[in-house]
Design a protein around this ligand. Structure first.
Ligand SMILES: Nc1ncnc2c1ncn2[C@@H]1O[C@H](COP(=O)(O)OP(=O)(O)OP(=O)(O)O)[C@@H](O)[C@H]1O
Ligand SMILES: [Mg+2]
Length: 499
């Protein structure tokens, strides 16, 4: 018998949540030693498809084969034991435990009935060495950056000797250097016979690393081709049902007078922000570019009262300000839209209504009592404004697709009507259409005189929607440029200035 070309096949897969059909008879055919790119707008069904495979969701119909044998996993544990691993979009790690603990969670090696820590450490080191990663297995997870934590998850998938590794938006928080590293690892493992399903919203990555591509739209497959036989326009058209003229709306805001000044700001604890000075105008979209770990988030945290300033000052509307806490910053009409919704911006088990209204709960009170109908109305409007894909405002937020969760998080801040928006990678994990809508919203806010300071690691984005860009390098400010007059090379050069 001829050897099977495919390591994994999924056919006629359907999945309902209640009456809502999320996947409609879809297929996925992954060849051996290959990378399958899985694309589609937020809510198209990518994660759901993979969770059906991985035994997290029970499928309503469908046939799945692994290496020619029909399988039907009923739990992630079973999937892992059969060589299918998944790195999730929203990382699910025990933050207080060590790297080694997280790597071996649920399968601790024992010696005479006790956990064999030495074996865990040596096994970790072996895998990290093999992949060219330099982690200390004893490090506590919460001390790692999001990107490092992502790498640990990938190493964990490798440690299961997986034949198929599903990466659900693995690069959304990685720097360009880290993406390179990840791609090296993917190529290395591919050469050893491992296959990948790679979910991403980033077109250039898909075209670089994938062999084949499958596009989903509203739970149906709209494209399945070898990457070399397709192109960006065809993929976008398959995703959104029409072609997109431009990725960015016209930047029509006109910045006014200086509203916020940062003067010689430094922080106390290592790594320290070093003598940072810049000013931002009313109605301006001010970008902060830099490599992951350049101190950009720390800077926003200083502005929002999360981090203490050791030296220097912040002047807002001509007055020196000193926010003691985020609450204090919020009272002065500052908002912070954060990078990692699960830990900062979102209440996972609560409804969309709750998530929309929580930061501004007083607005929905009458005689000191919360009026539900008011909250519902606000949430309904928010859902419409942000184009959130959901059943209604009573949905639990964690049942939304990742990108749609992010829209709710941004929406809740807009609902508060702040004057200064601090945005830390606001479009992380958001599809191409929704990104466009968020850019439109940002420009609209700026036109209304709101000030936006936005961190982004995506070069096209920072060049596409800002008026000026500050570049950070190793906790220094290495330059401020006019977006119209700069280019990729200059930004990269500035971001490496203090390395
Ligand atoms: N547990 C759940 N309960 C109810 N509905 C769900 C659940 N999980 C997902 N859905 C719905 O299924 C649809 C597909 O979601 P899914 O998470 O698969 O999208 P996705 O393609 O991964 O999007 P993204 O790019 O935003 O991550 C969405 O409309 C979502 O609201
Ligand atoms: Mg998803």
């Amino acid at each position: 018998m001829e050897e099977n070309e495919f390591i994994l096949t999924i056919d006629n897969l359907s999945k309902f949540f209640g009456k809502n059909r999320v996947l409609n008879n879809i297929f996925l055919h992954v060849r051996k030693s290959s990378v399958m790119g899985l694309m589609g707008e937020n809510g198209a069904g990518k994660s759901t498809m993979m969770k059906c495979l991985f035994g997290i969701y029970e499928k309503n119909s469908g046939v799945i084969t692994l290496d020619g044998k029909q399988i039907d996993f009923t739990s992630p544990k079973q999937a892992l034991e059969h060589g299918v691993a998944m790195v999730h979009q929203e990382l699910n790690q025990c933050l207080e435990r060590t790297i080694a603990d997280n790597m071996f969670l649920g399968r601790f090696p024992t010696k005479f009935g006790v956990v064999n820590e030495a074996k865990m450490a040596s096994e970790c080191n072996r895998i990290f060495n093999d992949l060219g990663l330099s982690f200390n297995p004893k490090e506590i997870i919460k001390n790692l950056s999001v990107s490092e934590r992502q790498m640990v998850e990938i190493a964990k998938a490798v440690s299961y000797d997986a034949k198929v590794i599903i990466l659900d938006e693995p690069t959304s928080s990685l720097s360009e250097k880290e993406v390179k590293k990840l791609f090296e690892i993917i190529r290395l493992l591919k050469a050893r016979g491992v296959s990948f399903v790679f979910i991403s919203h980033k077109m250039d990555e898909i075209f670089e690393i994938c062999d084949d591509i499958t596009v989903l739209r509203d739970g149906e497959v709209t494209l399945y081709k070898p990457v070399k036989d397709t192109n960006l326009n065809e993929v976008v058209a398959a995703m959104v049902g029409r072609s997109l003229e431009s990725r960015f709306p016209p930047l029509t805001n006109e910045p006014g007078d200086v509203i916020l000044q940062v003067k010689n700001l430094s922080t106390k604890f290592n790594p320290k922000l070093q003598n940072i000075s810049f000013d931002v105008r009313k109605g301006e979209i001010f970008g902060i570019y830099g490599l992951v770990g350049a101190g950009r988030s720390e800077l926003l945290e200083c502005l929002f009262g999360i981090r203490t300033i050791a030296e220097g000052e912040i002047i807002y509307k001509g007055k020196r300000i000193f926010f003691k806490s985020p609450k204090d910053a919020m009272r002065h009409n500052f908002a912070l839209v954060t990078e990692e919704r699960k830990f900062n911006g979102m209440f996972g088990v609560e409804t969309l209504t709750y998530n929309t209204c929580i930061t501004n709960i007083d607005q929905y009170k009458k005689f000191g009592v919360i009026v539900n109908s008011k909250m519902k109305k606000a949430a309904k409007e928010e859902i419409k404004k942000m184009h959130v894909k959901c059943t209604d405002e009573g949905d639990i937020i964690s049942s939304l697709s990742g990108g749609n969760q992010q829209k709710v998080v941004i929406g809740k801040w807009i609902e508060r009507n702040p004057d200064v928006f601090l945005m830390d990678e606001p479009t992380r994990g958001i599809d191409i259409m929704a990104k466009y809508q968020i850019y439109e919203l940002m420009i609209d806010l700026a036109k209304k005189g709101k000030t936006i300071i936005m961190i982004s690691s995506e070069m096209p984005e920072i060049l596409g929607v800002t008026n000026r860009i500050a570049v950070m390098s190793n906790y220094h400010l290495s330059g401020i440029v006019e977006t119209k007059k700069t280019n990729q090379e200059e930004l990269l050069r500035l971001s490496a200035k203090y390395l």
